[in-house]
Write a protein that binds this ligand. Structure first.
Ligand SMILES: Cc1ncc(COP(=O)(O)O)c(C=O)c1O
Ligand SMILES: [Zn+2]
Length: 408
């Protein structure tokens, strides 16, 4: 049985029943799921979680879906890799990479979508839909296929080929929109108002957002039931950033870990950094920007959870940092060459942001630090401007020997 109490407004705390709604009718604030933590504490323990499935669904007590109802394509419980080589370059002795690029559709989005597709079926929707910056659409298309739902995807027409093919293969209706993500999002809201569709990140957003909490739980469990000292999280809408913190707080609330003192840092791309700009000017208001970044998955100019992300930065003593556009590919290469992990542009933003935080002395060498790698590099090959250096040879040993001379 789920331990959900209902929905609650993040603005004025008005309570609502569990329904496919996302906005408070009094203050227009976003709604989120609330739980009975005493009841979770009674039914959950470290060992009950360890005995659960090797997926994000081992934390089903903290999610708004019963385990038996989950649309699960094998998401989560991804590796937490001790990154000694990258740590040496950055001067960190306890650096970990949370490699969420290895989920079934190669991004962390499988976590929120697994929850939402399950909820959409429970609410008896026939159509699963989304507006996407690239990764969400592959995930929605895959879960829609698995759930036997009709699926419709809206996305900016300038996305990378790998993202488009990686969604189209599951057979959804693909609608390329000639506009920015923020324009696609406005269009999606209007469509949601006029059709009974389950838009995962619009009318079902309260449930969708919950799935990302599992990135907080997993890291704490994998660190031996301890929260890290620092997390570095990529930000677009800011939702993932807020939910990793919610996850850590909830674990402490039910006694699974000590009260977390984690500094939850946010990394955005310089060409789309509205939350960083608000943080740096000590403003509580996030002013929309027009994105101009190679990190297309993070190109949200008007971030829905921006104000809440600022609250998390303040509450946890975190820092928001912008990765210079030129440094994003450097970050991708550095992670690949040191740790054997090929991430997409969002991961390049995280590694570059992590380097900024080390350079500024925000992160010290002896502190446990987790960098969240949330998407796979094979989906954004266009970002690496040219194919890395290749040797070329005729298929005989003598030719090859000449080519290999002076290689190492
Ligand atoms: C790979 C990747 N990382 C991080 C994010 C940021 O997510 P959020 O919108 O929750 O800030 C996205 C968003 O699409 C993404 O695709
Ligand atoms: Zn409200």
């Amino acid at each position: 049985m789920s331990h959900v109490k209902g929905l609650i407004c993040r603005g004025c705390s008005k309570e609502y029943p569990v329904e496919p709604i996302n906005v408070c009718e009094f203050c227009f604030g976003p709604l989120e799921v609330s739980y009975d933590y005493a009841s979770i504490a009674k039914s959950t323990s470290r060992s009950s979680i360890q005995d659960g499935p090797l997926s994000m669904w081992r934390y089903h007590d903290f999610l708004p879906v019963d385990l038996e109802e989950a649309i699960d394509i094998g998401t989560g419980f991804t590796p937490l890799v001790k990154a000694n080589n990258l740590g040496r370059v950055l001067g960190l002795d306890h650096l970990y990479i949370k490699n969420d690029a290895v989920n079934p559709t190669y991004s962390f989005k499988d976590r929120p979508v697994s929850v939402t597709a399950s909820k959409a079926l429970e609410f008896e929707f026939e159509v699963l839909a989304c507006v996407s910056t690239g990764n969400l659409m592959g995930s929605v298309a895959a879960h829609g296929a698995r759930a036997g739902m009709k699926t419709v995807i809206f996305y900016p027409s300038n996305l990378e080929q790998g993202k488009i093919v990686g969604a189209a293969i599951y057979g959804p209706k693909m609608v390329a929109v000639n506009g920015t993500y923020d324009q696609v999002n406005r269009l999606g809201s209007e469509i949601a108002d006029n059709n009974r569709w389950a838009f995962v990140n619009i009318n079902l957003r309260p449930f969708y957002a919950e799935g990302s909490k599992t990135l907080g739980y997993e890291v704490a469990e994998q660190l031996g039931w301890k929260a890290p000292t620092h997390c570095v999280v990529p930000g677009a809408s800011g939702e993932l950033h807020t939910k990793i913190w919610k996850g850590l707080e909830e674990m402490a609330e039910v006694g699974l870990i000590d009260n977390p003192k984690t500094k939850v840092h946010l990394a955005q791309a310089e060409g789309c950094s509205p939350i960083v700009q608000a943080f740096e000017s000590a403003s509580r208001e996030v002013r929309p920007v027009k994105p101009n970044t190679i990190a297309k998955s993070l190109a949200i100019g008007n971030p829905a959870a921006g104000p809440f992300s600022l609250e998390v930065l303040q509450q946890t003593n975190g820092t928001a940092t912008a990765a210079e556009e030129d440094s994003i590919v450097d970050g991708i290469k550095l992670l690949a060459e040191t740790e054997g992990i090929f991430t997409e542009t969002a991961g390049g933003v995280v590694i570059s942001g992590l380097k900024n935080l080390c350079d500024k002395g925000v992160i010290k060498s002896d502190e446990v630090t987790v960098a969240y790698i949330t998407g796979n590099g094979l989906k954004t090959q266009e970002a690496i401007a040219h194919v890395p250096d290749q040797l070329s040879t005729e298929p005989d040993y003598e030719s090859c020997k000449i080519v290999l001379e002076n290689t190492f």
